[in-house]
Ligand binder design. Structure first.
Ligand SMILES: [Fe+2]
Ligand SMILES: [Fe+2]
Length: 470
């Protein structure tokens, strides 16, 4: 019986020893599968895909590669093994034993964090549902599906926490995670970036580059949480997330490289006639996804962030490695804010600025990728660069929402913004053009014209490998 259960829901949380949780998850499982069939990748459910599956957290178990049909993927529940001596790593309870149950006064807030994180996972699968039909290569198709099944597993991870630690409320929330739908006006996903359409591959690569990367920083901040089950869950999710970010960063990079290469070979031709994506369109996609992803970090000044840090629930990025002082109680942080129609500096207690501190780490990580992309433009001998817009540009959350800024971050009028919108953000025509390039290439070893092949295949296999059997 327990073997049977393990086959169905691989786990390292002793599921067979917790009957109530087991019942809740077994009830949720068929609903999850219904959701996957309805909202998972359209048109490929019966195809064999060369996927990695986590069957344990050990080094030899977390990345098992084999052909599998997606509905047969074994979505498991894995937490990084516990450290019996773990202590709270920051905040007012620094150095005390970690919490094994949810601290009562933070129950609602913590449930909200878990639900919000959990909601993004199925949302992204829904956003990407049609993309398989226009894949640039079998390699990319396989990567899309790998990301999709793992986002499904991350949903499982959050549902485990809800069902195990939050009683009936948690079970209700777990059900609702399968009921909201990305972009649905009546029951949308919680965060706006997850209601944006992701209907072409440039969008997909930007999404996995910029929006999944927000996930990396949120998970990292929770991976050192004093609520130990949450910390251990997030630590394991981060191992999978690294591949998603790789798909995004190298995906955008390969598009940039291909465009630069074609311009170099045909210096007098129109990029569009060469069938590539112009760099200015790529720049507008970057502006769009970067700005929406910055919103996901929350307001610049936040009492929630202060409360969470104080309680030892959500820390800074690499709190243990990057900081020596872990209470952040007596420090201040200088922020830029809008006051009386002008940009001003304001000093706030550091704990209230932790969303902004985390956002700053994220921006640094994006800049690193940007440098790589620009190198391939430079290598092609072109005298142009891609850039990240100012963190004030096109914001819908926090201090800068409701004001208009140019890409350098200068405060401008809303009229001035609107008159330059098409210069800075993807227009309908841009999206139409990108979509016009999206034709499926499914022959092993072949690739669409608008993107460069990857530097290497998956798990030591060549690019020509049949990553998906169609
Ligand atoms: Fe995820
Ligand atoms: Fe992800």
């Amino acid at each position: 019986m327990s073997m049977n259960l393990y086959e169905r829901i691989p786990n390292n949380v002793n599921l067979s020893g917790d009957k109530r949780l087991q019942r809740a998850l077994e009830k949720w499982l068929p609903n999850y599968l219904d959701w996957w069939r309805e909202m998972g990748p359209d048109g490929f459910q019966d195809k064999e895909v060369y996927l990695r599956t986590a069957i344990s957290v050990e080094a030899d178990g977390w990345a098992n590669f084999d052909y599998i049909k997606m509905p047969d993927y074994r979505w498991g529940i894995f937490l990084k093994p516990a450290d019996p001596n773990a202590t709270v790593g920051f905040g007012d309870n620094y150095g005390m034993p970690v919490y094994q149950e949810v601290p009562g006064e933070f129950r609602n807030a913590l449930r909200r964090i878990i639900v919000t994180q959990g909601d993004t996972e199925p949302a992204s699968v829904e956003q990407q549902r049609e993309l398989g039909k226009t894949c640039p290569s079998l390699y990319d198709l396989r990567n899309l599906f790998q990301v999709n099944v793992e986002e499904g597993r991350h949903l499982w991870a959050m549902v485990y926490l809800l069902q195990r630690y939050f009683g009936q409320d948690g079970r209700d929330e777990a059900d609702e995670l399968l009921q909201r739908r990305s972009g649905n006006p009546d029951k949308p996903r919680i965060l706006e970036a997850f209601n944006q359409p992701c209907d072409d591959w440039l969008n997909f690569f930007c999404f996995t580059m910029f929006t999944d990367r927000d996930g990396k920083f949120q998970l990292a901040a929770l991976a050192e949480s004093g609520f130990e089950p949450l910390a251990r869950t997030c630590q394991f999710m981060l191992t999978e997330e690294a591949h998603h970010l790789f798909v995004g960063e190298t995906g955008v990079g390969r598009v940039v490289k291909r465009t630069a290469q074609l311009i170099k070979e045909n210096p007098h031709a129109d990029v569009r006639e060469l069938g590539a994506i112009p760099l200015d369109i790529i720049q507008r996609y970057i502006n769009f996804w970067f700005s929406y992803s910055l919103d996901l970090f929350g307001g610049e000044i936040s009492s929630n962030s202060a409360d969470f840090f104080a309680a030892g629930l959500k820390g800074r990025y690499k709190e243990q490695d990057n900081y020596t002082e872990h209470t952040a109680a007596n420090e201040n942080f200088m922020l830029t804010v809008v006051e009386d129609g002008q940009l001003r500096q304001r000093e706030v207690p550091l704990r209230n600025a932790l969303n902004e501190v985390l956002r700053g780490e994220y921006v640094k990580d994006c800049e690193r990728a940007m440098t790589r992309w620009n190198k391939s433009i430079k290598d092609a001998g072109l005298d142009t660069e891609l850039y990240l817009p100012s963190t004030r540009f096109h914001r819908h959350v926090g201090e800068f929402a409701g004001h208009a800024f140019d890409v350098q971050g200068n405060l401008i009028t809303k009229e001035a913004f609107e008159s330059r919108r098409a210069e800075w953000l993807p227009s309908f025509a841009d999206r139409e053009y990108v979509r016009s390039l999206m034709h499926p290439v499914t022959e092993p070893g072949k690739i669409a014209n608008w993107i460069a092949p990857p530097a290497a295949g998956i798990k030591g296999k060549p690019f020509e490998f049949e990553y998906v059997r169609l």
